[in-house]
Ligand binder design. Structure first.
Ligand code: 5GP
Ligand code: ZN
Length: 115
């Protein structure tokens, strides 16, 4: 998607602070962090939201959950202390960037419920 800012970040057309990268996934620090550790994990492939994942994306989705997120949590040092994963989706979910992203938030005690 030529006008998608996260596609541009994945393709390094927009700079970001990358904390993890492999063939399918990139993770980078959020521009406006809401916690001491706030990383966005995205598939390099453009998928609009969690509802845009197709049957063919099952391996990708599993890779993110099973391999990538635990690896980043360890790297950030929040695997023992805990963290929050957020996937804002659609209008009521307040999704502002229409490219699937997992917020990984940690480094402080997170409040619940969110507003
Ligand atoms: P959403 O509201 O869609 O769940 O989250 C989008 C997130 O992307 C926000 O937390 C916002 O701060 C972050 N963001 C938006 N534009 C950029 C950017 O150009 N670079 C980085 N690193 N983060 C961005
Ligand atoms: Zn995109």
């Amino acid at each position: 998607m030529s006008d998608c800012i996260f596609c541009k970040i994945a393709q390094k057309e927009i700079p970001s602070t990358v904390v993890y990268e492999d063939e399918q996934v990139v993770a980078f620090r959020d521009l406006q962090p809401q916690a001491p550790e706030h990383v966005l994990v995205i598939p390099k492939k453009h998928v609009e939201s969690v509802l845009g994942l197709q049957q063919e994306d099952k391996d990708l989705a599993a890779h993110i959950l099973v391999d990538v997120l635990p690896e980043i949590a360890k790297q950030l040092g929040v695997d023992a202390s805990g963290f929050r994963l957020v996937v804002n989706t659609g209008k009521d979910g307040q999704q502002t960037v229409k490219h699937l992203h997992f917020h990984l938030l940690g480094g402080r005690s997170m409040q619940w419920p969110p507003g």
